[in-house]
Design a protein around this ligand. Structure first.
Ligand code: CU
Length: 347
């Protein structure tokens, strides 16, 4: 108990620090889906405040008005049934439930509609504006497949701004849950089931995402990013992700070329660059552009080194095996890290 009390302020700080994380709040909605959901949250909050104010006011009034006074000798008159009152407290809740239900049901249909928008005259044009992404959740990382662009991306989901993104959710092992609070409410990734949702980001920026279904020892480290960029940048990203520059893939310079050999000898069965390589682990095509290693460590050479040597120490129960010095020497590791850092698609 003593320890618990000592740790309490510390855990509160951690808890509150989480609240301030940029773009990780459903109460700071961006885009039509998150805004619709935020409006529903506010509507129910207002209804609840109204109910509380009315109930507490009546309660306090009754406490004061009918309290026992000096000289009271008998209990007040006991009444049973009052048609007017019964009518009022049946009707008001029905009205309140209708006020909650109508927009909720309407928005639920709008949010569940993942067909391409068909309004307006330029139907074909609008259909092109939809981006389809399959989100495959794994222990403990995210895979984003763009079926129309022949892209497989790991950990970072690039999207163009002002474009409707239709998302299909899958899971390869256990149940996970896809949540990008600033853009849309969460939805589960369930093995064997295809769940669908959509969202749209009006502004460029990085939107943080988290797995919100406890899925194993490293569930809490299962972070990802949705990165919204202008349409031009997205096209460059998409083209280079589908077909990265062969020179970069082979490794530019002697060191990186050696790194490519290390990559081919140890990594390529599970990790791909472009479409060459396995899909057991995240695709590495734009790895050099990431800000984090393994989804949560700052991108530094030391962290990358530690991660490859012993992934389990950093992210318990993940699927990646460790590579000690008998598998990859320190020199080879330098070359590999150089090679990985070169894998960029935007510059
Ligand atoms: Cu999880």
């Amino acid at each position: 108990m003593k320890h618990f009390m000592r740790l309490l302020p510390f855990s509160l700080i951690l808890l509150l620090a989480g609240c301030g994380m940029e773009n990780l709040s459903a109460l700071d909605p961006r885009g039509p889906v998150a805004e619709m959901q935020f409006d529903l949250i506010m509507l129910s909050t207002y209804v609840m405040i109204f109910v509380m104010v009315v109930v507490f006011s009546i309660y306090i009034y009754v406490l004061l008005r009918f309290r026992e006074r000096p000289g009271d000798t008998h209990i007040p008159e006991q009444v049973h049934g009052n048609r007017a009152l019964e009518f009022i407290w049946t009707t008001i809740p029905i009205l309140l439930l209708l006020i909650l239900a109508i927009p909720n049901v309407m928005d639920t249909f709008t949010l569940a509609d993942t067909s391409a928008p068909t309004e307006g005259e330029g139907v074909e044009e609008e259909e092109e504006d939809v981006l389809n992404v399959e989100v495959h959740a794994h222990q403990f990382w995210w895979e984003f497949i763009y079926p129309d662009h022949d892209i497989n991306a790991g950990q970072e989901m690039y999207i163009p701004t002002d474009t409707r993104v239709n998302v299909e959710l899958h899971a390869s092992d256990v149940i996970h849950s896809f949540w990008v609070p600033a853009l849309a409410g969460k939805m589960d990734n369930v093995p064997g089931i295809e769940n669908e949702m959509w969202f749209e980001a009006p502004d460029e920026g990085v939107y943080f995402g988290k797995c919100t279904e406890i899925c194993g020892a490293s569930h809490w480290l299962m972070d990802f990013k949705v990165i919204a960029v202008d349409e031009g940048t997205f096209s460059v990203w998409a083209e280079n992700m589908a077909e990265p520059d062969p020179e970069i893939v082979e490794g530019e310079g002697e060191v990186a070329a050696q790194g490519r050999e290390v990559f081919e000898g140890n990594c390529i069965n599970c990790h791909a660059v472009g479409d060459e390589g396995g899909a057991q682990g995240p695709n590495m095509t734009n790895y050099g552009e990431r800000e984090v290693v393994a989804g949560f460590l700052d991108y530094t050479e030391e962290n990358l080194y530690d991660w490859i040597r012993d992934p389990d120490a950093l992210k318990p129960d993940n699927e990646m095996p460790g590579f000690d010095e008998s598998a990859i020497s320190d020199d080879e590791m330098d070359a590999l890290i150089e090679y990985i850092g070169q894998q960029r698609v935007l510059d």
